[in-house]
Design a protein around this ligand. Structure first.
Ligand code: 5GP
Ligand code: MN
Length: 319
């Protein structure tokens, strides 16, 4: 840690980034670390490839987030990559290639350790939980603003403290964060209670048209771009769809098969049983993630993807 403090102190330019299609943990961790570093260091940039989903706009410092395309040169003395299992998911080759020292902080067991320094803890509920300790190790303050960001990542990545990864330690950290007097109600409101009517109608439609395969063990949702257009929603609005399938009794695996603008297909897997490892399943599609939440991207039609998913899931469900 002394070595890291030294690297941070002597870096004239520092950037913090995360993965494409950012979620609560990625946004919470880059903002939490960014705001904390700003207490002591200058020239901190917070960057991602995509636009910030609107439900995270309430987070302190969200206005500091820039897109790679918005800056002149993606070149830094020190680059923190947070919550990102592999280098492809950063969404920029340039930033990785041009930056001098890469610090990779992540909780994905599948992390490819692409950094110069790799801090990986697969037992952690979230990258935010790791960033909490990291900020403390750097002797920076977890103030209310930082705590709001970190709490957001912990809540979202632990499935509201529901997953196995939400340990005693996670709850103790949450307790410490709450002591900063952060506005928990506002976090929950922004994350979960400002859905659009259209997005819920879309969920209703998707549930009505859900396909059940493998003798009631696999729930499949197919999402086309046309359908999103028809309901006037973006995928970002309906992120929770896959969990509805998982929550059905008897279902071992829920999958959303989604058409993307780049012509590729995105898979999102969820499971709930310790013996159903959807990370291993996602790896068959060159993806990754966690045992009970994983994903992959492939080049195929939705129908092709669906039959591949059914075939490959066969070995993973509990018969
Ligand atoms: P989600 O279904 O929410 O997009 O992703 C669930 C988990 O799977 C996340 O932890 C994420 O890191 C991982 N994941 C999602 N998509 C991909 C992918 O295309 N490649 C890899 N390696 N991991 C993914
Ligand atoms: Mn995460």
């Amino acid at each position: 840690m002394n070595k890291l403090m030294e690297i941070v102190s002597r870096s004239n330019s520092i950037a913090i980034t995360s993965h494409i299609d950012p979620d609560g943990d990625s946004i919470g961790s880059i903002l939490g670390l960014g705001l904390a570093l700003k207490q002591k260091y200058k020239n901190i940039k917070i960057l991602i490839r995509d636009s910030l989903p609107s439900r995270y706009e309430f987070l302190p410092g969200s206005e500091l987030i820039k897109k790679y395309d918005d800056i002149e040169e993606q070149k830094f003395d020190l680059l923190f990559v947070l919550d990102c299992g592999d280098e492809k998911r950063i969404g920029s080759n340039e930033i990785l290639k041009n930056s001098k020292t890469i610090v990779n902080i992540d909780h994905h067991i599948s992390n490819t350790k692409f950094g110069d320094i790799n801090i990986i803890d697969a037992s952690s509920s979230s990258t935010c939980e790791m960033v909490f300790s990291f900020i403390k190790d750097l002797n920076l303050l977890i103030n209310k603003e930082v705590a709001t960001c970190i709490y957001t990542g912990i809540v979202t990545d632990s499935g509201n403290f529901m997953y196995d990864s939400a340990t005693e330690k996670t709850h103790l950290i949450a307790s410490e964060l709450l002591k900063t007097n952060l506005n928990k109600g506002r976090i929950i409101y922004n994350l979960y209670q400002r859905k659009s009517i259209n997005s819920l109608k879309f969920i209703g439609y998707s549930l009505t048209n859900m396909k059940i395969a493998l003798d009631g063990r696999l729930a499949i949702f197919k999402v086309t771009l046309d359908l999103l257009n028809e309901f006037n929603v973006s995928y970002d609005n309906i992120e929770g769809l896959v969990s509805y399938g998982r929550d059905i009794e008897g279902i071992d695996i829920s999958v959303v098969i989604r058409e993307q603008e780049n012509g590729k297909v995105k898979l999102s897997f969820r499971s709930k049983d310790d013996d159903v490892d959807v990370r291993a399943l996602a790896q068959l599609f060159n993806g990754g993630g966690h045992k009970k939440a994983s994903g992959a991207t492939l080049t195929a039609s939705l129908a092709e993807a669906e039959s591949m998913v059914i075939e490959k899931s066969r070995k993973f469900v509990r018969w």
